[in-house]
Ligand binder design. Structure first.
Ligand code: TPP
Length: 808
């Protein structure tokens, strides 16, 4: 690596760069800087809401782009603007469209106006949801705003290369890999390395020997907070030393420290790192020091408030663009006048692109505004409120930069004004508004779940088949047979988690399957829930089918942030541009104590909208769900019932083929007097309670919801309620948790209130976490006796004569 200045001949000889290429680099870096400057201006002038740009990091990213090949993946953050322009996948105009929140994916293919600027996402999917050939794309996995959250998925993006190289059965999937030659490029700011998930990901990538190149842009600050508050010794290179690979070994990282304004050194560094990563799968960390941030952190405030005069002067002096300019002149590659021409034309070009983006954003809204104003005016012609209505329409058309919100508010105001007038012109206004609402729903609400032919909701239900010879086996053996069949038929299926490999998981679902399918198909991971999920996300984004195991439901909290922020939102935040069909497997509900029996279901279902959440009551139902999910392209969580592994079930003859449909509850006991709605481990105790109740001539129907997200898509619980007119929702979650969710679904959304003869009730667990021991459990969670009592009280309330008070 060198940081001395070279003459042009040496540049050609040593860097293999021609003068034109250097000037192209300068031109692009300059244009990118203009984007930052002009974009900032757009925010400050009120045309856009927020701006965060890549100024100061241009040259590093130009160097990175030189080794970034098609098929490679980026997992980075908002500063990577120059990299993304250099790769050519997202244009300057498209980035401006994102700045303005243009909701057309043809204008902002990254997010279709759904994310603020700085989210660089390439489209991996065709409009029908099928995979494109990723080997023809410089792939950029979809960004998220929480700092550091790009790191967990980097684990899987890099690890996939290893699998594609080492697993013969994957060689056929040529649209995802060419012999595992692909590098995953991670980028992160210095301050975000304080996040735990950074270190967890670093460790995991090292352990997995996965070809990632991680760039840390170090400008010494995280907004206003200096490195001395971020990391020991204020120096990441120092801290990272323990990760360094020893010469001749394949354990650890190649470490580089390089200055962010030193163009030749950056180019050399990235070349060396990429060679080793691509050919030898050796990961690298490139700590880029002496980076600057010329326009400050974002449009939210100026850095003069927290950087010293000396620091600001230094930043000006060591601005990477200024340094590259000086170097070009010193090397006789171009004169200052020639560079000025490049700068002037670069500026003009960026301004032009910005204008185009603004016009493309604005014109359709202006047209809608005109249409609405016309309709409103027609209404004014016959209304007694003509003057007021015309004022509203005038206000609309006079607004040079209308928002859709303004149009809809105007329409609402007009409809309120004319509420007592039976004007036929109102119909046209209402029809127009309804049409717009439909389009708006598509703009902002589409793709929360798969809309492709592979949607989990479109999987054909196939019933389990039993014969006289179907054996009675333990629950874990049902799962074991299901996973065995799945691994045999789906070469892209990879299962991993804590104790999943050698042991076959703590409850033996994968027992013997590592021996049968190999160390990589069924594998152990470290204790690192966040990056277990991240590993799965990255692998799934590269075409694999991971089953990622979180050992206990209670430990899902560690992974919940990344499930919520990254996995669950992926399809939605790219408006169908990227998907990650990850199956998260876990087990929960009944065991004992705070951290081995939790039922944090409401916490989960409310944070992972965009995923399916399935709560099978036994292992046969679980197996059916796994089969359904593997036929679909959607992410899901499956919560197995902890005390079900040692209960016996009959093994279906078609264990690898039968499916359980999502969102379809099952009546597991028919009854006429009351409907008990529950799921998971509570099904068994609800059935026990129902048997006891029948002794008192109370005929309870028990419905197993099975699938919390989606919930009862056909409204079948309502049918039960119509029959019984009483309903009790039971589960082990906290009061106001999932029972309240189910209550809202049935009583409000399905219109259940209409069929009630008694107030609806919920019977959740206690508000505290589960206490240890059988008694602790008994007084924390619903049980057969409390369900009995709850039902009996409801029957007593309805008919005290037939059901006299028992419990005081
Ligand atoms: C989890 C999380 N915490 C806080 C923030 C707010 N935030 C946005 S950027 C930032 C500073 C990041 O600094 P650094 O990682 O050095 O990157 P830089 O912006 O300097 O390139 C902070 C605190 C966030 N986005 N996410």
């Amino acid at each position: 690596m060198t940081d001395t200045l070279l003459g042009m001949k040496e540049v050609e000889k040593e860097l293999h760069l021609r003068a034109e290429e250097v000037l192209e680099d300068y031109r692009l870096a300059y244009k990118s800087r203009q984007v930052s400057m002009i974009g900032r201006r757009e925010v400050l002038s009120g045309k856009a809401k927020f701006g965060i740009f890549g100024d100061g990091k241009e040259i590093t990213q130009i160097a990175m782009s030189k080794v970034f090949q098609k098929g490679d993946f980026r997992s980075g953050y908002y500063r990577d603007q120059t990299l993304i322009f250099a790769l050519g996948e997202i244009s300057i105009q498209e980035l401006f469209a994102q700045l303005y929140a243009h909701t057309d994916e043809r204008a902002d293919p990254s997010t279709a106006g759904r994310s603020m600027i700085g989210h660089y996402n390439t489209r991996s999917l065709n409009p029908d949801g099928s995979w494109k050939n990723l080997m023809e794309i410089y792939n950029s996995s979809a960004d998220v705003s929480p700092t550091g959250s790009q790191m967990p998925r980097l684990v899987g993006l890099a690890y996939a290369s290893r699998l594609y190289r080492e697993q013969d059965e994957l060689k056929q999937f040529t649209q995802f890999s060419k012999n595992g030659n692909e590098i995953a490029f991670g980028t992160i700011g210095n301050a975000s390395t304080s996040e735990g998930m950074f270190w967890e990901a670093l460790n995991a990538i090292g352990v997995l020997k996965a070809p990632a190149i991680i760039t840390i842009y170090d400008d010494e600050y995280g907004i206003s907070v200096h490195n001395q508050h971020q990391m020991v010794k204020s120096n990441l290179s120092e801290l990272l030393k323990g990760f360094q690979r020893l010469p001749g070994t394949h354990d650890g990282y190649d470490l580089y420290t390089v200055r962010g304004w030193d163009y030749p050194a950056l180019i050399e560094t990235y070349r060396q790192a990429a060679n080793n990563a691509r050919s030898g799968h050796i990961p690298a960390i490139i700590h880029v020091i002496e980076q600057t941030q010329p326009f400050g952190h974002s449009t939210s405030g100026s850095h003069e408030r927290y950087k010293s005069k000396e620091r600001l002067a230094w930043e000006e002096e060591f601005d990477c663009l200024k340094k590259l300019r000086e170097w070009i002149i010193e090397q006789d590659i171009a004169t200052s006048a020639e560079l000025e021409q490049i700068e002037a034309s670069g500026h003009r070009e960026v301004e032009e692109l910005r204008k185009k983006a603004w016009q493309a954003y604005l014109l359709p809204i202006q047209e809608e505004s005109r249409q609405a104003a016309n309709l409103i005016n027609q209404l004014a012609a016959t209304s007694s409120h003509a003057a007021e209505i015309r004022k509203i329409s005038q206000h609309l058309v006079q607004n040079p930069n209308p928002l859709r919100r303004d149009i809809m508010i105007a329409i609402q105001d007009v409809l309120i004004l004319t509420r007592d007038e039976p004007l036929s012109e109102k119909q046209a206004v209402i029809a127009w508004r309804n049409e717009q609402e439909y389009l708006i729903q598509e703009r902002y609400g589409s793709h929360l779940y798969s809309e492709s032919p592979l949607s989990a909701l479109k999987v054909e239900p196939v019933k389990p088949v039993y014969s006289d010879t179907s054996p009675l086996v333990y629950g874990f053996e049902v799962l074991n047979a299901c996973f065995d069949a799945a691994l045999a038929r789906e070469p892209r299926l990879y299962a991993f988690g804590e104790d999943v490999g050698k042991l076959g998981d703590v409850n033996q679902g994968f027992r013997g399957l590592q021996e049968k399918y190999g160390q990589l198909r069924v594998s152990d991971t470290g204790i690192r829930e966040t990056t277990i999920i991240g590993q799965a996300i990255g692998m799934a984004q590269r075409g694999l089918r991971p089953i990622a195991e979180i050992q206990y439901l209670d430990y899902m909290l560690y992974a919940l942030q990344i499930m919520s922020d990254d996995l669950a939102t992926l399809l939605w935040r790219t408006k169908g541009g990227q998907k990650a069909p990850v199956i998260v497997r876990t087990r929960g509900h009944r065991l004992e104590g705070i951290w081995h029996s939790g039922s944090l279901m409401a916490g989960i279902i409310h944070l992972v909208r965009g995923m399916h959440v399935l709560v099978p009551r036994n292992m046969t139902q679980a197996a059916g769900f796994y089969n359904s999910l593997l036929l679909s392209d959607e992410p899901a969580v499956v919560v197995e019932v902890l005390n079900g592994y040692r209960l016996r079930e009959r093994l279906p003859d078609n264990i690898g083929e039968f499916t359980v449909p999502l969102g379809v509850p099952e009546v597991i006991r028919e009854g006429a007097d009351i409907t008990i709605v529950t799921y998971g481990a509570c099904c068994r105790i609800a059935l026990q309670a129902a048997e006891r109740l029948s002794e008192l001539h109370i005929d309870a129907e028990v419905v197993d919801v099975q699938s919390l997200l989606p919930f009862d898509v056909n409204g079948s619980i309502l049918e039960s309620l119509k029959k019984t007119s009483r309903i009790l929702f039971v589960d082990e979650d906290v009061p106001g948790g999932t029972t309240a969710y189910m209550l809202q679904e049935v009583i409000e959304k399905q219109g259940g209130y209409y069929w009630l003869d008694s107030p609806p009730h919920t019977l959740p667990g206690a508000p505290h976490r589960p206490a240890y021991g059988s008694d602790g459990d008994y007084w924390t969670k619903p049980n057969s006796e409390t369900i009995f009592r709850a039902v009996y009280e409801m029957m007593h309330e309805a008919d005290p004569g037939s059901y006299p008070r028992i419990f005081g």
